[in-house]
Design a protein. Structure first.
Length: 238
């Protein structure tokens, strides 16, 4: 068998079968459970602390929970066998899930940004200590969830979407910790909504690439990282 065969098969597999390996079912279940619990905690403590940044992060995490559910459902659908109605099976479902994920993020950005601007105009007292402790827990939860998807992010856009969401969440939680500490040390209440706007910018930045690639792949475009000329040259050698 020619040397180039495994190489071309890898490229073809990455392009034609963009679904999550079965082993990620456990990762999705753990990630969803952890994040649902954390969203509830953030909402409760966000209201107790009167913290916009905690509630903003809770909204973002909720969109990520929905995103994980979508990604898991799409990964399951992608394993369905072809049928007379869907002769190629449902292997494009993860791409549609990634597209839905990016749209959910845009909705979350709009909600967070609007409320943060309102809080900047009408400041409210925030309990910095509660904000810091809850956000610190968020770093652990989101960091662990991101690690669950780290090994599959290079080959599957659906898994990469889940990984990017969780990694961005961990960074956002770090920012909220900083906001809580600044409020505790200086008493400056504007820091909380200002950090919420920073959160929205980070989310927007992380979602643009996912949106562009999911739209591109839904139109059957070549995924990023795939050199179509290299694939063509390798196939021609067989």
């Amino acid at each position: 068998m020619p040397e180039g065969h495994p190489h071309s098969h890898d490229h073809a597999h990455a392009h034609a079968h963009p679904h999550a390996p079965a082993s990620f079912g456990t990762a999705f279940a753990i990630g969803i459970t952890l994040n649902v619990g954390f969203v509830v905690a953030e909402v409760v403590f966000g209201f107790l602390a009167n913290s916009m940044s905690l509630l903003a992060d809770a909204g973002h995490n909720l969109s990520d929970v929905l995103g994980l559910v979508l990604a898991w459902a799409a990964a399951t659908m992608a394993k369905k066998a072809p049928s007379p109605r869907f002769t190629y099976g449902l292997k494009k479902a993860p791409i549609l899930a990634a597209l839905a994920n990016s749209l959910l993020l845009l909705i979350a950005i709009g909600a967070i940004g609007a409320e943060a601007v309102r809080r900047l105009i009408h400041p409210a007292v925030t309990a910095g200590g509660i904000v810091t402790m809850v956000a610190a827990a968020g770093i652990v939860v989101n960091g662990l969830t991101a690690l669950l998807f780290a090994r599959g992010r290079g080959r599957d856009i659906n898994i990469r979407g889940a990984y990017l969401h969780m990694a961005a969440d961990a960074l956002v939680s770090m920012a909220v910790v900083v906001a809580g500490l600044v409020i505790m040390w200086t008493g400056q209440q504007w820091v909380d909504p200002a950090m919420s706007l920073a959160v929205a910018v980070v989310i927007l930045w992380s979602s643009i690439g996912l949106l562009k690639e999911s739209v591109w792949m839904s139109l059957a475009g070549v995924p990023s990282g795939i050199d179509v000329y290299e694939v063509e040259a390798t196939l021609s050698e067989l």
